[in-house]
Design a protein around this ligand. Structure first.
Ligand code: 3HC
Ligand code: NAI
Length: 693
């Protein structure tokens, strides 16, 4: 074996050369990896004893893509295109041997090889779209030539990792080899090619699938239409589609030029910068500076959940989904039955849509046990309380748990805003108490805010984060403050949205601006969906706010056919003249002459105070880093990922602009508004929020 460089080796076995890459963690195409491929192929070509070349990787995966950390830096060594040309133009067959994942640039390298073999557990994909990009190394021109237009559209706009078996069926992989025997299998395949004198199959030369799709623009039109909602606001899916259109309608080399132009445009834009930032943010969020990675974890084999309402049932599903048994405790049999039947219905609906087998519905339900007795939780390793949002009730529940539950268990609360320290004070073991704030619907929403109390132990923090990962959530750590990270920032926006109603904007004006910005819905549509009566009661209602008046009129949101909006039978929203009249009356009472509020002001008044609140959260050390705040807002509230979260967005706008605007609006922002000293300081120093660590 001869080392080509620090990350690549070349061996010759009989008449087969084997280039092995070993660049942990994921063999990304850094300059040494490109160098290794380039020089390895050149050497193997020059060696007249070599008849075929295998490209294989050590470690957990085949090449998982370009090295994202190199983006934006000056290129070093051979370019990816040069390495690929060396492969494709080789006069001897080159075979990619795939395990783990062949992604992005990795699959594009494999597509310049003349053949591809893979183990059954391998996956292939072009996930660039999820980084706001398109495959920039010929993938847009080569993939459709093998798998056809429809499949290429699906793969490239979703970024999905396609299992090897499916890849084999669609011709992307030429042969499957036995699991664990990739090297031997690939060499045997290479020998077979040589023995059969098989031709060098260059994907770039395949044209039949392109010709078949030529003159059929409806394929693309229909695809765009069918996915319009999913792609809304994103540039990358559309650019990927245009590249496939180019593959169909242009000669290969022209198509490559189109790919390059569109790739560069995306690479230089803010959407891709945001999406690449989010890629790393999602990996950073798990790292807690004062909780080392080797902190001992509490094994969670059995979970207890208290309250089988909206949240309790959804939370229970998360655990049943990964095979962890759950005991659900309620106060009344009726509530318990209702909770469990909602869970069953949810599972059955998933099964009806073909995403779960009927027998799995029963298996998961069998993991859920109901009880009316808290004592049933004595041997649970983790308890999650999801009873009414009321401090007295929560403290009572925790005091009881303290006496019942075995020592060493995690005692978590799903409170959305109450003080976790105060809840912990009801026990004699505050180190075991933590917030685990799920978002509704808890079985669907990806975010979990883990809220550490002043006394929460490191092992309880580490265990809660780890269990979050296990149940498929993205967990962000927060300190204790009203509303934690997410709802505290939401409140800053809500205050402004409410204030603007009294100044002359209508709910639909405000909602439209935020929808156009990329959020799934604005604050008033969200209220109507959730129900205006959350926390409202007829007995205490005093017609003091617009919301109270709407509730008193039984306009409690979508469920009553009206709230801020009017709804038809299909729950389509229309601006409501009734609401408008109520708002105008409130504005007049407040002595405000209605004015026209521009869309720009609506956006800035909603978003800049959120940024300010995020900065305060950072200076109070409630969040570890700005990117954690962004993770919360992307995964819990639908902030568009192509805008990178409120903190990243602030950096794009420029902190001096944000601060200047906040100062200008200050008289309108209400008594609660306090400009964040950190924000002001960073702006003055020309720094960015996302640099705060
Ligand atoms: N470049 C640089 N670093 C990368 C990387 C890449 N392409 N892919 C992963 N990493 C890093 C991660 O940041 C992480 O670093 P850390 O340990 O310091 O946090 C480490 O590798 C391990 O990654 P994961 O924690 O994600 O490991 P998993 O085993 O869960 O997942 C994976 C492995 C499926 C390969 C996943 O990392 C992944 O999806 N990677 C990105 C794949 C991708 O998007 N490829 C396309 C890149 S763009 C491109 O190729 C452009 C081309 O068309 C020109
Ligand atoms: P819910 O009213 O739907 O359910 C609460 C359930 O708790 C009821 O079924 C009730 O019978 C039961 N319960 C009350 N006291 C109990 C006790 N002592 N022992 C056992 N069961 C008891 O309320 P929801 O919406 O599920 O909220 C629960 C908690 O989750 C609250 O703290 C809330 O703030 C929080 N939360 C709610 C979200 C939402 O969108 N609904 C989102 C995130 C958190």
């Amino acid at each position: 074996m001869a080392a080509l460089n620090a990350v690549a080796d070349l061996t010759v076995e009989g008449d087969v050369a084997i280039i092995t890459l070993n660049s942990p963690p994921v063999n990304a195409l850094s300059s040494p990896v490109r160098e290794g491929i380039h020089s390895g192929i050149a050497k193997a070509i020059a060696d007249s004893a070599v008849k075929a070349i295998v490209l294989i990787c050590e470690g957990r995966t085949f090449i998982a893509g370009a090295d994202i950390t190199e983006f934006g830096k000056p290129p070093k060594g051979p370019s990816l295109a040069e390495a690929q040309k060396m492969i494709e133009d080789a006069p001897k067959p080159v075979i990619a041997a795939i395990h783990g994942t062949a992604l992005g640039g990795g699959l594009e390298v494999a597509l310049t090889c003349h053949y591809r073999v893979a183990v059954p557990s391998a996956k292939c994909g072009l996930p660039e779209v999820n980084l706001g990009l398109l495959p920039g190394a010929g993938g847009t021109q080569r993939l459709p030539r093998i798998v056809g237009v429809e499949k290429a559209l699906e793969m490239m706009t979703s970024g999905q990792h396609v299992p090897a078996k499916q890849c084999h069926e669609m011709g992307l992989v030429d042969e499957l080899v036995a699991e664990g025997e990739l090297r031997a299998g690939a060499i045997a395949f290479a020998k077979k090619l040589v023995a059969e004198n098989r031709p060098l199959k260059k994907v770039r030369d395949l044209n039949d699938k392109m010709i078949a799709a030529r003159g059929k623009p409806e394929i693309f039109a229909e695809f765009r239409k069918a996915n319009a909602r999913k792609f809304r606001g994103f540039l990358a899916p559309e650019y990927n589609i245009r590249c496939i259109e180019a593959a169909v309608n242009q000669p290969f080399d022209e198509g490559m030029k189109t790919e390059r132009t569109l790739f560069m445009e995306l690479m230089q834009g803010t959407q891709s910068a945001a999406q690449r930032y989010v890629f790393f943010a999602e990996r950073q969020v798990w790292k807690i500076p004062d909780v080392p990675e080797d902190t001992p974890l509490i094994p969670v084999r059995k979970v207890g959940i208290i309250g089988a309402g909206t949240m309790g049932g959804g939370i229970a599903m998360n655990f049943a989904n990964v095979g962890i048994p759950v005991t659900l405790v309620e106060t009344k049999q009726e509530a318990l039955d209702r909770g469990l039947s909602v869970v069953r219905k949810n599972y059955e609906n998933t099964a009806k849509r073909g995403r779960l087998k009927m027998e799995d519905v029963d298996k998961r339900m069998a993991l859920l046990t109901g009880s009316l007795d808290l004592n049933a939780l004595a041997d649970c390793d983790m308890i999650i309380e999801a009873v009414f949002e009321n401090m007295e009730i929560k403290k009572e529940v925790f005091a009881k748990l303290d006496k019942i539950v075995k020592q060493g268990a995690v005692l978590a609360t799903n409170t959305s805003a109450l003080n976790v320290n105060e809840i912990a004070s009801a026990t004699t073991r505050p180190e075991a108490v933590i917030g685990m704030h799920f978002f509704s619907p808890a079985n669907v929403m990806r975010l979990l805010e883990v809220v550490r109390g002043d006394k929460t132990s490191k092992s309880v923090i580490a265990t809660s984060m780890q269990i979050g990962k296990k149940i498929g959530k993205i967990a962000a750590l927060s300190g204790v403050c009203p509303g934690f990270i997410g709802n505290r920032i939401l409140r800053a926006r809500t205050l402004q949205a409410q204030a603007m109603l009294l100044e002359g904007a209508m709910p639909w004006d405000i909602d439209k601006v935020l929808y156009d910005f990329g959020l799934p819905m604005g604050p008033f549509a969200m209220s109507d969906l959730a129900g205006l009566d959350i926390g409202w009661s007829k007995e205490t209602s005093k017609s003091a706010t617009i919301r109270e008046v709407l509730c008193e009129m039984d306009r409690r949101g979508q469920k009553t056919g009206g709230g801020y909006y009017d709804y038809d039978e299909q729950r389509n929203a229309r601006p409501s003249p009734v609401t408008e009249k109520i708002i105008r009356e409130f504005a007049a009472k407040a002595g405000n002459a209605p004015r026209t509020i521009t869309e720009q002001e609506i956006l800035e008044r909603c978003v800049y105070p959120m940024i300010n609140e995020g900065a305060r959260i950072l200076e109070e050390k409630i969040a570890i880093r700005a990117s954690d705040v962004d993770i919360v807002w992307i995964n819990g509230y639908g902030w568009p990922v192509y805008r990178g979260g409120p903190m990243f967005y602030a950096d794009i706008v420029g902190l001096p602009t944000v601060v200047a605007k906040l100062k200008e609006y200050a008289p309108k922002l209400g008594p609660e508004f306090v400009l964040s000293p950190l924000l002001e300081k960073l702006a003055a120093e020309g720094k960015r929020l996302s640099d705060v660590k």
